[in-house]
Unconditional design. Sequence first.
Length: 178
Amino acid sequence: MKTRERLRPVQNRLHHLLFCILVLLAIGACAPVQPPPSTSVKPIKTTSGVDFQDSTAVRARILNQYNEWQNTPYKMGGLNKRGVDCSGFVYLTFRSKLGCTVPRTTALQVKTGRKIARNNLRAGDLVFFQTGLFSSHVGIYMGDSTFLHASSSRGVILSSLKEKYWKKRFWTARRICI
């Protein structure tokens, strides 16, 4: 009888903890995945003379950035060749190679410009992925299902939208510069 009475407070705490975990999971499951359309801002005009209609020219500039940054490691919050995160790499690439200033974070980048259907992608469009319950990833589309990004596991690399991992997690695409 005494053992049962000693265990009761522990059982009560475990039930309370389980209840709190379930409430947090329910709240997270209800969080919107896509931003509401009203938060979108207009596309940003380029200042470098890059014609975003010319996919070949845009692709060449993005490939140049890849050649300069290839294998740079991933670092959350990083903005240099010692380490860079996905949205920082997008920010730097657009600023230095495409003459277009974009927001620094994935959360703001996904609200910029206009939504593009996956089958209408062209070089320079941003591709977004839902990589976890509360996390997302961004890369720059290059054409032929290829995109450039700062991978958390492999650094700055080229990947394919056809890869199982990315295909499963594709979220949306945005055209942010004109």
